[in-house]
Design a protein around this ligand. Structure first.
Ligand code: NAP
Length: 262
């Protein structure tokens, strides 16, 4: 498939206030002069990113403060996507809940599922409907995770939410073939971001991918309209192992980086 022309176009980036979303908005502006429409709940972070994009790349950038769990937030995003004639979307908003599966964490699980699954699905459906009406081609990449391929003990609800994202995007990439709307998922292993810092990893930053490198590969997946992309050789080998080895063994291996409860 031909790369999507995104030079000087508006590109929606959710989860842009930190981490992979932030780094991808910068990469889009730096490499393509694409104009990021950045979304998150933390206005200060988004304002700082907007200034950086303007100062470093002289590229316009617009902000939406929205909670992906709330219908009002998703409506705000959809309205702006129509107004600006956005033709690509990088959906990085997501959160985790680390620790043993336990009823005391029910609120955290509701937040993970509300953001990564329910809110994500509704936003995606709105974006696809908008993009299908537009007279030009478009691309959507949702950030899933290797955690969705292997399952992850001690981040089990998060891993299950990412398996949902991967499975959904795989199915939709087939459903939407020939419509001009390409969709896919991007499945990193650990990335050196706030989320990894919150994941209670035994080995600190060991094995985590640099966020700017990951963002470069993520933007490449968006532009080249990949239906599924895994950044980095180590992650691709892990993925291949997850297809070849018994799933129970992969789940036990996936638990190794996590501190176990005493
Ligand atoms: N870090 C890793 O090791 C890793 C590995 C594989 C996949 N991923 C995935 O990569 C994506 C980016 O994560 P990251 O590592 O960059 O972590 P991060 O720095 O914590 O970024 C998460 C982003 O999601 C936004 N977000 C969270 N809940 C939201 C909500 N309810 N509504 C709107 N925005 C919300 C946050 O912004 P606000 O708080 O301002 O709303 C933040 O910008 C996530 O989907 C994550 O699952 C991460």
């Amino acid at each position: 498939m031909k790369p999507l022309p995104i030079q000087n176009s508006w590109v929606l980036v959710t989860g842009a206030s930190t981490g992979l979303g932030r780094a991808s908005a910068l990469r889009l502006a730096a490499s393509y002069q694409a104009k990021p429409l950045i979304v998150g709940r933390r206005l200060d972070n988004l304002r700082e990113l907007q200034s950086e994009i303007g100062e470093r790349f002289n590229v316009p950038c617009e902000i939406i403060v929205a909670d992906q769990r709330e219908i009002e937030g998703r409506e705000k995003i959809a309205a702006k996507v129509i107004e600006l004639k956005v033709n690509a979307a990088f959906l990085a908003a997501g959160l985790t809940s680390a620790g043993p599966f336990d009823a005391s964490r029910a609120d955290a699980y509701a937040e993970v599922i509300g953001t990564n699954v329910a809110g994500f699905t509704d936003l995606l459906a709105r974006l696809i409907a908008i993009f299908r009406q537009q007279p030009f081609e478009s691309s959507i990449i949702a950030v899933s995770s290797l955690a969705g391929e292997t399952s992850v003990p001690f981040q089990a609800v998060y891993g299950a939410s990412k398996a949902y994202v991967s499975t959904l995007m795989r199915a939709l990439s087939v459903e939407l073939a020939g419509t001009g709307v390409s969709v896919g998922s991007f499945a990193p292993g650990g990335i050196d971001t706030d989320m990894a810092a919150l994941s209670d990893l035994k080995w600190g930053k060991f094995g985590l991918m640099d966020v700017d490198r990951c963002a470069t590969l993520a933007v490449d997946a968006l532009v080249h309209r990949r239906s599924f992309a895994i950044p980095g050789m180590g992650n691709r080998l892990t993925y291949l192992a997850s297809r070849a080895l018994p799933r129970s063994l992969m789940s036990r291996l996936a638990a190794l980086p996590y501190r176990r409860p005493q």
